[in-house]
Design a protein around this ligand. Structure first.
Ligand code: ZN
Length: 472
């Protein structure tokens, strides 16, 4: 009989090696945060080849790569990355179904699980089981470092109390944030969770009572807190808020950010992250595009239809390759998120990286309406701009008629701020604004406050749903 021994977390990593390879804030800004383009490319290439070697050991990658004629050794540098087929979350779902419980893309043998120091986290699934991902100590800490780089660049300091309104349950976002702020900056996290865990009224009371100076909050929830403050006569300007770390979403003309910043009297910073790879890009205080954590992730932007690489500055699907994680490796994951990458240049903050545009929508939520591509998230700007709206909306697509007269009906349901708003005038104005923004005429229905949450999942999920697809 073998004698089982506990595994101590502090012994699971070589901490000095970790911080040298993936510098946390305080080191990042003078090292990998401002490497020359050639040095960074060489570092990315070396890490990429290590991850490719990890991936060959797993059936998910081995089978897919062999199917396109690749053999171990064919990929010699990051310049060969386009030879590797991309995958989507649908492929991961299939991989999990074919090799339960964790899937053919991650190591899950009893021997591995007893030896490794791993946790189970998931994507925010809305139907069926959420997508499960294993995180070993290395992956968790690098994700913490990614978040910490973002928070530091946005002004978070050890004296800050940061209120985190993501729930520390299965979803990764809350944990990345907690670890980033706590392990790698030494700020003081306040893990209130989402509105389902701590009501919005209480969130504001705690912020006032305990002196919250920073927030990590989705823009949708920030808007919700703003409304609750207004409805309950709570003065947001009395809080000590210094900065808000957020995921703003589509906001080409900056209206959404401006309204939130005015309401909270503090800067709101945008970030981009994914469940498997963490917070991979972040704004600094310049608010001029998001710095990519290039030593942790390699990003490509490809054309939605052809899958071909797009030039810098053009918007397409974001393909992400993790340069740091082995269990599971993530190589050429088509996120189906629409963004653009901008050239490297020295930023006013001192960092020198490629930058990412703001998030522009989901390519898999695209609806083709009379020949025009319509993205539900593209409706957000018009909704954010209008003071009669409270920010909540959902697009409903359905089929009308039968046979030859079958057509798609696309309706945007928008909540009015209060029942005092004249629904008929508001509807007509909203239709005109959406026609301008989307380039195609859509129908609008005005809904009363609070009636759409059941469809959008606001408060319950870490993600907000903007498309209800009722087509058969
Ligand atoms: Zn910068």
């Amino acid at each position: 009989m073998t004698l089982e021994k506990p595994h101590y977390y502090w012994q699971s990593l070589d901490w000095a090696a970790l911080t040298k390879a993936y510098p946390p804030p305080g080191l990042f800004e003078t090292t990998t945060g401002r490497m020359s383009a050639d040095e960074m490319r060489a570092l990315q290439s070396a890490r990429f080849l290590e991850r490719v070697a990890d991936a060959w050991k797993l059936p998910f990658y081995r089978d897919r790569w062999r199917a396109v004629g690749l053999e171990p050794g064919d990929i010699r540098s990051i310049d060969d990355i386009e030879k590797i087929p991309v995958f989507t979350s649908d492929d991961l779902k299939t991989a999990i179904e074919s090799a339960p419980p964790f899937g053919s893309h991650q190591p899950g043998s009893p021997e591995y699980l007893s030896e490794a120091h791993v946790r189970i986290l998931t994507s925010g699934g809305t139907t069926g089981l959420p997508r499960v991902t294993l995180f070993d100590a290395h992956a968790l800490e690098v994700q913490g470092i990614q978040s910490a780089r973002a928070f530091w660049a946005q002004g978070l300091r050890p004296s800050d109390i940061i209120q985190i309104t993501y729930t520390n349950s299965l979803a990764n976002a809350a944990w990345c944030t907690l670890q980033g702020a706590f392990h790698w900056i030494g700020a003081i996290p306040m893990t209130t969770g989402s509105g389902n865990v701590t009501s919005s009224e209480r969130q504001l009371q705690y912020a006032k009572a305990w002196g919250t100076t920073a927030w990590f909050t989705r823009a949708e929830y920030l808007a919700r807190l703003t409304e609750v403050a207004r409805d309950t006569g709570f003065d947001l300007h009395q809080l000590k808020t210094r900065q808000i770390h957020s995921h703003i979403g589509p906001d080409a003309d900056g209206t959404r950010r401006k309204r939130l910043e005015e309401a909270w009297n503090a800067p709101v910073y945008d970030n981009y992250g994914t469940h498997e790879i963490g917070e991979i890009a972040f704004e600094c205080r310049e608010k001029a595009g998001m710095h990519i954590s290039e030593d942790t992730v390699y990003i490509e932007i490809t054309d939605i239809a052809s899958g071909k690489a797009l030039p810098l500055g053009e918007t397409g699907n974001l393909i992400a390759t993790s340069l740091y994680r082995s269990a599971p490796p993530i190589i050429r994951f088509n996120m189906r998120d629409l963004l653009a990458v901008y050239p490297r240049e020295e930023c006013g903050c001192g960092l020198c990286t490629h930058k990412l545009s703001n998030f522009r929508g989901r390519s898999d939520e695209m609806v083709k309406l009379r020949g025009t591509n319509v993205y539900p998230l593209a409706c957000m700007e018009a909704v954010s701009r209008d003071p009669r709206a409270n920010g909540e909306y959902i697009c409903v697509v359905s089929n009308e008629g039968e046979g030859l007269s079958l057509r798609e009906k696309f309706v945007v349901r928008v909540e009015r701020k209060s029942t005092d708003v004249d629904a008929e005038v508001f509807r007509a104005d909203m239709e005109a604004a959406l026609h301008r923004d989307l380039g195609v005429r859509v129908d609008v229905e005005i809904a009363d406050p609070g009636t759409l949450a059941i469809h959008t999942g606001l408060g319950a999920q870490n993600k907000t749903k903007r498309l209800l697809d009722l087509r058969k």
